[in-house]
Design a protein. Structure first.
Length: 341
Protein backbone atom coordinates (compact mmCIF):
# COMPACT_ATOMS: atom_id res chain seq x y z
CA UNK A 1 0.00 0.00 0.00
CA UNK A 2 1.35 3.44 -0.97
CA UNK A 3 1.07 5.72 2.07
CA UNK A 4 1.28 9.50 2.44
CA UNK A 5 4.93 9.31 3.51
CA UNK A 6 5.86 7.64 0.21
CA UNK A 7 3.86 10.20 -1.75
CA UNK A 8 5.62 13.07 0.03
CA UNK A 9 9.04 11.50 -0.57
CA UNK A 10 8.13 10.98 -4.23
CA UNK A 11 7.14 14.64 -4.51
CA UNK A 12 10.54 15.59 -3.07
CA UNK A 13 12.23 13.46 -5.74
CA UNK A 14 10.27 15.01 -8.62
CA UNK A 15 10.34 18.67 -7.67
CA UNK A 16 13.93 18.62 -6.46
CA UNK A 17 15.06 16.91 -9.66
CA UNK A 18 13.12 19.39 -11.79
CA UNK A 19 14.40 22.38 -9.82
CA UNK A 20 18.02 21.25 -9.80
CA UNK A 21 17.94 20.53 -13.53
CA UNK A 22 16.64 24.04 -14.13
CA UNK A 23 19.48 25.46 -12.01
CA UNK A 24 22.00 23.32 -13.88
CA UNK A 25 20.70 24.63 -17.23
CA UNK A 26 21.07 28.25 -16.06
CA UNK A 27 24.45 27.75 -14.35
CA UNK A 28 25.92 25.79 -17.25
CA UNK A 29 25.04 28.55 -19.72
CA UNK A 30 26.33 31.37 -17.53
CA UNK A 31 29.51 29.64 -16.36
CA UNK A 32 30.08 27.60 -19.53
CA UNK A 33 30.74 24.27 -17.84
CA UNK A 34 29.16 20.83 -18.17
CA UNK A 35 28.26 21.89 -21.72
CA UNK A 36 27.91 19.64 -24.75
CA UNK A 37 28.95 21.75 -27.72
CA UNK A 38 26.78 21.79 -30.84
CA UNK A 39 30.00 22.19 -32.83
CA UNK A 40 31.47 18.99 -31.44
CA UNK A 41 32.76 16.53 -34.02
CA UNK A 42 31.63 13.53 -31.99
CA UNK A 43 29.74 11.09 -34.27
CA UNK A 44 27.02 10.65 -31.65
CA UNK A 45 26.16 14.38 -31.66
CA UNK A 46 22.67 15.12 -33.00
CA UNK A 47 21.83 18.38 -31.20
CA UNK A 48 22.06 21.84 -32.75
CA UNK A 49 22.51 24.02 -29.62
CA UNK A 50 25.03 24.01 -26.80
CA UNK A 51 23.34 22.00 -24.05
CA UNK A 52 24.15 21.12 -20.46
CA UNK A 53 25.03 17.47 -20.00
CA UNK A 54 24.69 17.41 -16.21
CA UNK A 55 21.05 16.32 -15.88
CA UNK A 56 22.28 13.37 -13.88
CA UNK A 57 23.12 15.76 -11.03
CA UNK A 58 19.44 16.58 -10.56
CA UNK A 59 18.38 12.94 -10.66
CA UNK A 60 21.17 11.78 -8.36
CA UNK A 61 20.73 14.45 -5.65
CA UNK A 62 16.93 14.29 -5.75
CA UNK A 63 16.92 10.51 -5.44
CA UNK A 64 19.34 10.57 -2.50
CA UNK A 65 17.32 13.22 -0.67
CA UNK A 66 14.04 11.34 -1.15
CA UNK A 67 15.73 8.09 -0.14
CA UNK A 68 17.26 9.52 3.05
CA UNK A 69 14.02 11.31 3.96
CA UNK A 70 12.05 8.07 3.68
CA UNK A 71 14.51 5.40 4.85
CA UNK A 72 16.78 7.48 7.05
CA UNK A 73 20.13 6.00 8.00
CA UNK A 74 19.32 2.40 7.08
CA UNK A 75 22.57 0.44 7.37
CA UNK A 76 21.17 -2.51 5.44
CA UNK A 77 20.99 -0.39 2.27
CA UNK A 78 24.15 1.70 2.62
CA UNK A 79 26.05 -0.47 0.15
CA UNK A 80 23.68 0.55 -2.61
CA UNK A 81 24.16 4.25 -1.82
CA UNK A 82 27.95 4.13 -1.57
CA UNK A 83 28.35 1.98 -4.67
CA UNK A 84 26.04 4.24 -6.68
CA UNK A 85 27.95 7.32 -5.47
CA UNK A 86 31.27 5.98 -6.78
CA UNK A 87 29.67 5.04 -10.10
CA UNK A 88 28.07 8.46 -10.43
CA UNK A 89 31.35 10.26 -9.74
CA UNK A 90 33.09 8.21 -12.45
CA UNK A 91 30.62 9.61 -14.98
CA UNK A 92 30.40 13.13 -13.58
CA UNK A 93 34.17 13.51 -13.91
CA UNK A 94 33.83 12.69 -17.60
CA UNK A 95 30.94 15.16 -17.98
CA UNK A 96 33.05 17.89 -16.39
CA UNK A 97 36.32 17.41 -18.24
CA UNK A 98 35.60 14.96 -21.11
CA UNK A 99 39.12 13.65 -20.55
CA UNK A 100 38.90 11.06 -17.77
CA UNK A 101 41.15 8.12 -18.59
CA UNK A 102 38.93 5.15 -19.60
CA UNK A 103 41.01 2.81 -17.41
CA UNK A 104 40.47 5.00 -14.35
CA UNK A 105 36.76 5.20 -15.12
CA UNK A 106 36.59 1.39 -15.42
CA UNK A 107 38.48 0.94 -12.14
CA UNK A 108 36.07 3.29 -10.36
CA UNK A 109 33.09 1.41 -11.77
CA UNK A 110 34.49 -1.95 -10.70
CA UNK A 111 35.19 -0.57 -7.23
CA UNK A 112 31.67 0.85 -6.94
CA UNK A 113 30.15 -2.47 -8.02
CA UNK A 114 32.35 -4.40 -5.58
CA UNK A 115 31.53 -1.98 -2.77
CA UNK A 116 27.80 -2.47 -3.26
CA UNK A 117 28.04 -6.27 -3.40
CA UNK A 118 30.42 -6.46 -0.42
CA UNK A 119 28.56 -4.09 1.89
CA UNK A 120 25.19 -5.70 1.22
CA UNK A 121 26.48 -9.29 1.00
CA UNK A 122 24.68 -9.94 -2.27
CA UNK A 123 25.90 -11.22 -5.61
CA UNK A 124 24.72 -13.29 -8.57
CA UNK A 125 24.73 -16.79 -7.16
CA UNK A 126 21.56 -18.45 -8.44
CA UNK A 127 21.21 -18.12 -12.23
CA UNK A 128 17.86 -19.97 -12.25
CA UNK A 129 19.48 -22.77 -14.25
CA UNK A 130 19.56 -25.44 -11.58
CA UNK A 131 23.00 -24.66 -10.11
CA UNK A 132 24.74 -21.99 -8.06
CA UNK A 133 27.97 -20.15 -8.71
CA UNK A 134 30.82 -20.37 -6.16
CA UNK A 135 31.14 -17.17 -4.12
CA UNK A 136 34.35 -15.91 -5.77
CA UNK A 137 33.09 -16.50 -9.30
CA UNK A 138 29.67 -15.09 -8.40
CA UNK A 139 31.16 -11.85 -7.08
CA UNK A 140 33.37 -11.41 -10.16
CA UNK A 141 30.43 -12.14 -12.46
CA UNK A 142 28.29 -9.64 -10.54
CA UNK A 143 30.92 -6.91 -10.93
CA UNK A 144 31.22 -7.71 -14.64
CA UNK A 145 27.43 -7.61 -15.07
CA UNK A 146 27.00 -4.38 -13.12
CA UNK A 147 29.76 -2.58 -15.03
CA UNK A 148 28.27 -3.86 -18.29
CA UNK A 149 24.77 -2.63 -17.45
CA UNK A 150 26.18 0.68 -16.21
CA UNK A 151 27.76 1.32 -19.61
CA UNK A 152 24.81 -0.15 -21.52
CA UNK A 153 22.50 2.68 -20.46
CA UNK A 154 25.17 5.19 -21.47
CA UNK A 155 25.51 3.73 -24.96
CA UNK A 156 21.80 4.23 -25.75
CA UNK A 157 21.86 7.80 -24.43
CA UNK A 158 21.71 9.41 -27.86
CA UNK A 159 18.40 11.22 -28.26
CA UNK A 160 16.00 13.24 -26.16
CA UNK A 161 14.15 10.93 -23.81
CA UNK A 162 15.69 7.69 -25.07
CA UNK A 163 17.85 6.53 -22.14
CA UNK A 164 15.55 8.11 -19.54
CA UNK A 165 12.46 6.66 -21.24
CA UNK A 166 13.95 3.18 -21.32
CA UNK A 167 14.94 3.56 -17.66
CA UNK A 168 11.37 4.53 -16.76
CA UNK A 169 10.19 1.27 -18.34
CA UNK A 170 12.89 -0.74 -16.54
CA UNK A 171 12.34 0.75 -13.08
CA UNK A 172 8.59 0.52 -13.56
CA UNK A 173 8.99 -3.20 -14.30
CA UNK A 174 11.21 -3.73 -11.25
CA UNK A 175 8.69 -1.90 -9.05
CA UNK A 176 5.79 -3.97 -10.41
CA UNK A 177 7.48 -7.30 -9.74
CA UNK A 178 8.85 -6.14 -6.36
CA UNK A 179 5.31 -5.27 -5.25
CA UNK A 180 4.09 -8.62 -6.61
CA UNK A 181 6.56 -10.55 -4.42
CA UNK A 182 6.11 -8.11 -1.50
CA UNK A 183 9.66 -6.74 -1.57
CA UNK A 184 8.51 -3.27 -0.55
CA UNK A 185 11.94 -1.69 -0.07
CA UNK A 186 12.95 -2.31 -3.68
CA UNK A 187 9.56 -1.14 -4.95
CA UNK A 188 9.79 2.09 -2.92
CA UNK A 189 13.33 2.78 -4.14
CA UNK A 190 12.06 2.37 -7.71
CA UNK A 191 9.24 4.84 -7.09
CA UNK A 192 11.73 7.46 -5.89
CA UNK A 193 14.08 7.04 -8.84
CA UNK A 194 11.15 7.07 -11.28
CA UNK A 195 9.98 10.40 -9.87
CA UNK A 196 13.52 11.79 -10.01
CA UNK A 197 13.81 10.71 -13.66
CA UNK A 198 10.46 12.35 -14.46
CA UNK A 199 11.71 15.65 -13.01
CA UNK A 200 14.53 15.51 -15.55
CA UNK A 201 12.41 13.99 -18.33
CA UNK A 202 10.04 16.94 -18.69
CA UNK A 203 13.06 19.15 -19.51
CA UNK A 204 14.78 16.60 -21.72
CA UNK A 205 11.82 15.40 -23.82
CA UNK A 206 11.00 16.47 -26.44
CA UNK A 207 13.07 19.67 -26.72
CA UNK A 208 16.34 18.54 -25.11
CA UNK A 209 16.90 21.48 -22.77
CA UNK A 210 19.31 19.32 -20.76
CA UNK A 211 21.05 15.98 -21.31
CA UNK A 212 21.46 13.04 -18.95
CA UNK A 213 25.23 12.91 -19.27
CA UNK A 214 27.58 10.08 -18.36
CA UNK A 215 27.01 10.59 -14.63
CA UNK A 216 23.26 10.20 -14.93
CA UNK A 217 23.45 7.27 -17.35
CA UNK A 218 26.00 5.41 -15.23
CA UNK A 219 24.01 6.02 -12.04
CA UNK A 220 20.73 4.78 -13.51
CA UNK A 221 22.37 1.76 -15.15
CA UNK A 222 24.10 0.71 -11.94
CA UNK A 223 21.02 1.27 -9.80
CA UNK A 224 18.84 -0.81 -12.14
CA UNK A 225 21.40 -3.61 -12.25
CA UNK A 226 21.93 -3.67 -8.51
CA UNK A 227 18.22 -3.64 -7.71
CA UNK A 228 17.77 -6.56 -10.09
CA UNK A 229 20.48 -8.52 -8.30
CA UNK A 230 18.76 -7.81 -4.98
CA UNK A 231 15.33 -8.71 -6.36
CA UNK A 232 16.31 -11.96 -8.07
CA UNK A 233 18.76 -13.27 -5.51
CA UNK A 234 16.61 -12.66 -2.44
CA UNK A 235 13.28 -13.71 -3.96
CA UNK A 236 13.15 -17.26 -5.23
CA UNK A 237 9.90 -16.50 -7.07
CA UNK A 238 11.70 -14.16 -9.50
CA UNK A 239 13.87 -15.73 -12.19
CA UNK A 240 17.35 -14.25 -12.54
CA UNK A 241 16.62 -13.93 -16.27
CA UNK A 242 13.94 -11.34 -15.51
CA UNK A 243 16.79 -8.84 -15.24
CA UNK A 244 18.20 -9.74 -18.62
CA UNK A 245 14.76 -9.76 -20.22
CA UNK A 246 13.79 -6.22 -19.17
CA UNK A 247 17.27 -4.87 -20.02
CA UNK A 248 17.81 -6.82 -23.23
CA UNK A 249 17.74 -3.72 -25.45
CA UNK A 250 20.63 -1.78 -23.84
CA UNK A 251 22.57 -4.98 -23.10
CA UNK A 252 22.18 -6.30 -26.66
CA UNK A 253 23.08 -2.88 -28.06
CA UNK A 254 26.45 -3.18 -26.32
CA UNK A 255 27.08 -6.78 -27.40
CA UNK A 256 25.99 -6.16 -30.99
CA UNK A 257 28.08 -2.98 -31.18
CA UNK A 258 31.17 -4.87 -30.06
CA UNK A 259 30.51 -7.51 -32.73
CA UNK A 260 29.94 -5.14 -35.64
CA UNK A 261 32.90 -2.93 -34.72
CA UNK A 262 35.43 -5.63 -33.90
CA UNK A 263 34.39 -8.41 -36.27
CA UNK A 264 32.59 -6.67 -39.15
CA UNK A 265 34.51 -3.38 -39.35
CA UNK A 266 37.78 -4.34 -37.67
CA UNK A 267 37.93 -1.28 -35.40
CA UNK A 268 38.14 -0.83 -31.65
CA UNK A 269 34.84 -1.45 -29.83
CA UNK A 270 35.60 1.69 -27.81
CA UNK A 271 35.59 3.92 -30.91
CA UNK A 272 32.26 5.81 -31.29
CA UNK A 273 30.43 5.70 -34.61
CA UNK A 274 27.10 6.59 -36.23
CA UNK A 275 25.82 3.05 -36.74
CA UNK A 276 23.90 2.39 -33.52
CA UNK A 277 20.33 1.15 -33.77
CA UNK A 278 18.79 4.45 -32.66
CA UNK A 279 20.98 6.42 -35.07
CA UNK A 280 19.92 4.33 -38.07
CA UNK A 281 16.25 4.66 -37.13
CA UNK A 282 16.72 8.41 -36.89
CA UNK A 283 18.37 8.70 -40.30
CA UNK A 284 16.23 6.20 -42.22
CA UNK A 285 12.80 6.31 -40.57
CA UNK A 286 11.88 9.03 -38.08
CA UNK A 287 14.08 11.99 -39.14
CA UNK A 288 13.29 13.54 -35.76
CA UNK A 289 15.14 13.32 -32.44
CA UNK A 290 12.20 12.96 -30.06
CA UNK A 291 10.17 10.77 -32.45
CA UNK A 292 13.05 8.30 -32.61
CA UNK A 293 13.10 7.97 -28.82
CA UNK A 294 9.33 7.59 -28.62
CA UNK A 295 9.33 4.99 -31.39
CA UNK A 296 12.00 2.85 -29.69
CA UNK A 297 10.29 3.06 -26.30
CA UNK A 298 6.96 1.99 -27.85
CA UNK A 299 8.70 -0.86 -29.65
CA UNK A 300 10.40 -2.00 -26.45
CA UNK A 301 7.46 -1.59 -24.06
CA UNK A 302 5.60 -4.83 -25.02
CA UNK A 303 8.70 -6.91 -24.25
CA UNK A 304 9.00 -5.28 -20.82
CA UNK A 305 5.30 -5.88 -20.12
CA UNK A 306 5.56 -9.54 -21.11
CA UNK A 307 8.62 -9.93 -18.89
CA UNK A 308 6.62 -8.57 -15.95
CA UNK A 309 3.79 -11.03 -16.59
CA UNK A 310 6.16 -14.02 -16.70
CA UNK A 311 8.82 -12.92 -14.20
CA UNK A 312 8.83 -16.39 -12.63
CA UNK A 313 9.54 -18.43 -15.79
CA UNK A 314 13.14 -18.68 -16.99
CA UNK A 315 12.12 -20.41 -20.23
CA UNK A 316 9.55 -17.78 -21.20
CA UNK A 317 11.89 -14.92 -20.26
CA UNK A 318 14.60 -16.40 -22.47
CA UNK A 319 12.08 -16.68 -25.31
CA UNK A 320 11.05 -13.03 -24.84
CA UNK A 321 14.70 -11.94 -24.89
CA UNK A 322 15.44 -14.01 -27.98
CA UNK A 323 12.37 -12.59 -29.75
CA UNK A 324 13.59 -9.05 -29.13
CA UNK A 325 17.11 -9.88 -30.35
CA UNK A 326 15.73 -11.42 -33.55
CA UNK A 327 13.50 -8.38 -34.15
CA UNK A 328 16.41 -6.01 -33.45
CA UNK A 329 18.70 -7.79 -35.93
CA UNK A 330 15.96 -7.93 -38.58
CA UNK A 331 15.23 -4.20 -38.28
CA UNK A 332 18.93 -3.30 -38.13
CA UNK A 333 19.95 -5.15 -41.29
CA UNK A 334 16.79 -3.99 -43.06
CA UNK A 335 17.89 -0.41 -42.38
CA UNK A 336 21.38 -1.20 -43.67
CA UNK A 337 20.01 -2.74 -46.88
CA UNK A 338 17.66 0.22 -47.33
CA UNK A 339 20.59 2.60 -47.06
CA UNK A 340 22.48 0.77 -49.84
CA UNK A 341 19.63 1.07 -52.36
Amino acid sequence: MINEFILFSSAIAFFMSFGLCLLVIIASKRLDFFMDSAQSQKPQRFHTHNTSRAGGVGIFVAFYCAYLFYFGYDKSLLGLLFGAFVIFISGLAEDFSSSLNPKIRLILQCFGAFLGCYMMSVYLKDLSLGFELPRFIGVLFSIFALVGVTNAINIIDGFNGLASGICLLIFGAIAFVAFAVQDNNIAEICIFVIMAILGFFVLNFPKGKIFLGDGGAYFLGFLAGFLLILLTQKNTLVSTWFGFSIMVYPVWEVLFSIYRKKVVRGISPMKPDKAHFHMLLFKRVFKNNASTSLGICLLYAPFVVLSCLFFYSTLILLAISLAFIVLYIYIYWSLIRFAKK
